[in-house]
Design a protein around this ligand. Structure first.
Ligand SMILES: *[C@@H]1O[C@H](CO)[C@@H](O)[C@H](O)[C@H]1NC(C)=O
Ligand SMILES: *[C@@H]1O[C@H](CO)[C@@H](O)[C@H](O)[C@H]1NC(C)=O
Length: 512
């Protein structure tokens, strides 16, 4: 460099340093004892630094605590030797496992209704919290194909009885009000490429054995092809609105139409009948369409159905070839060993596994549905994401991006909790501890990161999981579930050691 370019570079650095905005801190509100939310409104919302790259030889630590820290940033230098500590973690970046596809939330009708119930600047803060470089930067969005229970009515894209050739198929007002514009705003403010995945909750009722949106049902066999064509029409209708889907699933929670405890939109399948439909109808319809690159996800239902549901479906080789990945929901994970995921991976190593739905407050006995500011609900998220990442899961997608104070709207009164709760009367929204638990992954583990093992993965109440990002940065998430601070060392075989104190009841993301 000659002196003019040096001067110019120096000048740029000064400009960069003086314009780099410090992150806005959380406007903490104590809802009740141990229940804290970050309050955002039309004029204020907490933010994160856009830049997450760490200089070599340094580490940066982001910490969220039950006591009220949210992404508190600290930093320091790596040392050649690990110091004495309560727990010593050793990274093994050469033991690479699954590649991360991403993390996301769901663009339901309910989410759209809640976002739009805010003033325009508060809406902007809501979406920026999730998608902008100053937010937690989700890169995936799940979109119901037509209505789900988180809609204000049950509907599909063709509710005209016996419309065998789908000539009445059309997107509904909900798509144009609550989904398409919001997805586009999220995409415009994101520096990531947002992958959309979709799933139908039910077919039109006239295709079903019970002619109803809910309850015990099967697809009538004479409509197998029409139901596959419906999916292509959906992809085409969104394409006309300039939105492309990365994936579709074989249908949301087929078990709900077999064991209809939940009274909301569902379509029942057995693995054998669904496999036949995929092999003979859905697979060929998608692969022979302009949407031939769209991934097809199997299952889209609970962990306890793994691996047997997919084993049964994959008895048909055509189905095996059509299905790209396996989508799993979290609802009974606390009772189920993660070995079911490992077994699924071991049986079908070329099919990725993706967690596609999660929420708290879903059990009939969970009251209140929205436990505003609950730390313990966020711990269920943190524990489940860590467990999934340590058992071959390539990504994790939350349910509704935002719900109202009641946990809705939901036409079937199936109210639940969400990471962000909207209070339209106050023109405020509340980022719950769940939001920050997810952010400890979504912000720092970009698509293309590779998971590797840490030894031990859990000790003295601290669970951990780790990744190498595409730029070569190491990301280690450490969750302390105990009520005492812990001295921890994290040692990377080439980069050196980090000695830090992990506060009691905390989530930590360490970058080095
Ligand atoms: C919005 O939040 C900020 C920060 O908490 C607060 O100072 C301001 O008064 C709030 N605005 C309204 C209209 O409540
Ligand atoms: C996939 O669809 C695109 C767009 O219609 C087409 O150009 C391409 O040839 C198709 N690829 C295959 C393998 O069919």
């Amino acid at each position: 460099m000659d002196w003019t370019s040096k001067l110019f570079a120096g000048l740029l650095l000064v400009i960069a340093l003086s314009t780099a905005r410090a992150a806005n801190p959380c406007a903490l509100r104590e809802v009740s004892s141990d229940h804290l939310v970050c309050v955002c409104n039309a004029t204020y919302c907490d933010t994160l630094d856009a830049d997450t790259e760490v200089p070599s030889g340094q580490y940066v630590l982001f910490t969220t605590t039950k006591a009220g820290l949210r992404f508190a940033k600290s930093s320091g230098s790596l040392t050649p030797q690990a110091k004495a500590a309560d727990v010593a973690f050793t990274l093994d970046p050469s033991s690479t496992q699954q590649t991360i596809i991403g993390y996301g939330g769901s663009f339901t009708d309910a989410a759209g209704i809640n976002i739009l119930s805010l003033s325009a600047p508060a809406q902007e803060n809501f979406l920026r919290s999730y998608f902008s470089p100053e937010g937690i930067e989700l890169n995936m969005g799940r979109v119901p194909i037509a209505g789900a229970d988180f809609s204000t009515r049950p509907y599909t894209y063709d509710d005209v009885a016996d419309d065998d050739d789908l000539s009445e198929f059309k997107l509904q007002p909900e798509d144009f009000q609550y989904k398409i514009p919001i997805i586009k705003r999220a995409m415009e403010m994101s520096r990531k490429s947002i992958k959309l995945l979709s799933a139908a909750w039910t077919s039109p009722t006239w295709m079903k054995t019970n002619n109803d949106f809910v309850g015990f049902s099967r697809l009538k066999e004479k409509y197998y092809q029409a139901w596959a064509d419906y999916h292509v029409k959906f992809l085409n209708a969104y394409k006309e609105q300039a939105l492309d889907f990365w994936a579709i699933s074989t249908g949301n929670e087929p078990s709900n139409g077999i064991i209809p405890i939940m009274r909301f939109n569902s379509l029942g399948w057995s693995p054998a009948s669904q496999s036949k439909w995929v092999a003979e109808n859905l697979g060929p319809a998608i692969r022979n369409s302009p949407f031939n690159q769209t991934k097809i996800l199997g299952l889209d239902d609970q962990r306890f159905m793994l691996p047997w549901w997919m084993t049964k479906m994959f008895e048909n080789k055509d189905t095996y070839n059509y299905i790209d990945g396996i989508a799993v929901h979290w609802y009974w994970d606390n009772l189920l060993p993660p070995y079911l995921l490992t077994a699924t991976h071991n049986n079908f190593p070329d099919k990725f596994i993706l967690s596609t739905e999660a929420c708290k407050g879903d059990r009939p006995w969970n009251y209140p549905k929205v436990a505003l500011g609950s730390w313990s609900r966020s711990e269920d998220y943190m524990a489940d994401i860590i467990q999934d990442m340590n058992h071959w899961v390539s990504g994790w997608v939350d349910w509704n991006l935002g719900l109202d104070m009641q946990g809705g709207p939901n036409w079937a009164n199936n109210f639940v909790d969400a990471a962000v709760i909207v209070n339209k009367d106050a023109d405020e929204f509340y980022k719950q501890p769940i939001f920050y638990a997810m952010g400890h992954f979504t912000k720092f583990v970009p698509e293309g990161s590779v998971h590797f093992t840490v030894e031990p993965s859990s000790k003295k109440g601290i669970s951990t999981t780790a990744f190498t990002t595409p730029s070569g940065q190491s990301v280690v998430v450490l969750y302390n579930r105990r009520s005492s601070d812990k001295k921890v060392t994290v040692t990377h075989p080439e980069k050196g050691s980090v000695s830090i104190t992990i506060p009691k009841n905390s989530y930590n993301t360490l970058l080095l």
